[in-house]
Design a protein around this ligand. Structure first.
Ligand SMILES: O=C(O)[C@H](O)COP(=O)(O)O
Length: 400
């Protein structure tokens, strides 16, 4: 939906909207029994809620497009991910409150593991602890390169952010992260003219990082992706007249929420901590974005059973969310992460939207196949927020 139309229609109200995003929610049937993670999981609360909700599938970016978490979330918040493209580096930096200058270029980094031939054997260095990441970032933060300041900060687990600060830098760069194992890290190249010097500086950093980490195990190299300068986006609270707050455990999601003007609470430890944060902030806000990471992590590790367990953990908390009696309650994901693919996929994501006015033609279970039969069938993810606003009675009539 067009954001200017959204702004034109939005009205103030006391109604409350809770958006619960299960990262990587969608899945695919496994070979053994032809059932997806959602179909194997025992989800009595989500199934019961789906039966009295509006259900369907959402395409995060478009049919066949594999969304990153950034574009997936932007679409859920109503921003066209094709129009508003934000590099991962800026999201990670904002997530850890690392202030960026307009001339900075930020990049998401992974500590990774290379074999003797220099090929990536683990893009996440065995998912090292945040403490190890902190130690290694201190090492990398000592790298000095003529003509640019390099700032390296830990994010969480194997994730870090590196900011290149100086004049005349450009984010028009390719990524060193091959995004697969078995390949060597890629040299960073110019994507459009004017980025030649920045590419040279970044490759110098990568060479020095390799040297600094050569005796480390398992994190003996870094992979960079999502080079970006800070963007300007329309503010979500202004567009929708909502006092919005983000409740997350991981920085990147907090960073995206901050970038579009939501209040971003300090990181929570887990889902129970997020529910406590929701309770503490419920009176002061109207829109609550709550993020649950575990399904995506399990999916990316190819662990079908762990993803089933993560979905069942989420299901056990659904009554706690309903006890707040939100006027609109949405459960969905930012993309599919099928365990059998060990990564994000293009498959549309199930959603349920509960409200008193949702005209639910409820489905039997909260699964991909059942939601596909829902009254809305399959729709663009950017249409979900307008639906939420309508169900929260926060839209006025369009036209006379
Ligand atoms: O966990 C994350 O940061 C992303 O969802 C996936 O990134 P990774 O594949 O580099 O871990």
């Amino acid at each position: 939906m067009d954001l200017t139309l959204v702004k034109q229609l939005a009205i103030s109200s006391s109604s409350k909207i809770v958006l619960l995003v299960a990262d990587g929610l969608g899945g695919l049937p496994r070979e053994t029994d032809g059932r997806s993670e959602l179909e194997v999981a025992r989800l009595p609360n989500l199934d019961a809620l789906a039966a009295r909700s509006l259900c369907g599938l959402i395409d995060m970016v478009g049919p066949g497009i594999i969304p990153g978490s950034g574009p997936g979330h932007l679409a859920l918040f109503g921003y066209d991910p094709f129009i508003y493209q934000i590099g991962r580096g800026v999201l990670e930096a904002c997530g850890i409150d690392l202030e960026l200058r307009s001339s900075d270029v930020a990049s998401r980094g992974n500590f990774c593991t290379l074999d003797e031939e220099g090929r990536v054997v683990d893009r996440r260095a065995g998912r090292i602890t945040t403490e190890t990441c902190q130690r290694l970032c201190v090492k990398l933060d000592q790298i000095r390169i003529e003509g640019v300041e390099v700032i390296v900060r830990p994010v969480k687990e194997h994730r870090f952010v590196v900011v290149f600060r100086g004049e005349g830098l450009s984010d028009a760069l390719s990524e060193s992260d091959p995004l697969v194992t078995g390949e060597r890290p890629l040299p960073v190249k110019v994507v459009s003219p004017g980025a030649e010097r920045t590419a040279e500086l970044v490759n110098q950093f990568l060479d020095q990082a390799r040297e600094a980490l050569k005796d480390e195990k398992p994190a003996n190299m870094v992979l960079l992706r999502g080079f970006a300068a800070p963007p300007q986006l329309p503010a979500f609270p202004d567009l929708l007249r909502l006092r919005a707050v983000a409740i997350t455990c991981y920085p990147m999601y907090r960073g995206l929420a901050k970038l579009i003007g939501m209040d971003a609470l300090p990181f929570c430890a887990d889902l129970d901590d997020e529910l406590r944060a929701l309770s503490r902030n419920y009176d002061q806000h109207d829109f609550f974005y709550v993020h649950f990471k575990a399904p995506d992590r399990a999916g990316e590790d190819g662990d079908f059973d762990a993803k089933v367990a993560a979905l069942e953990e989420l299901d056990r908390r659904i009554p706690d969310f309903l006890n707040f009696h939100p006027d609109v309650f949405i459960v969905t994901g930012d993309h599919s992460t099928p365990a059998i693919l060990k990564g994000h996929s293009w498959h549309p994501v199930p959603f349920l939207l509960w409200s008193r006015w949702s005209r639910s033609a409820g489905v039997g279970r909260f699964t991909e196949r059942e939601c596909a039969q829902g009254p809305l069938g399959r729709m663009p993810a950017i249409d979900l927020m307008p639906l939420a606003m309508a169900n929260a009675l926060r839209f006025k009539k369009f036209g006379a």
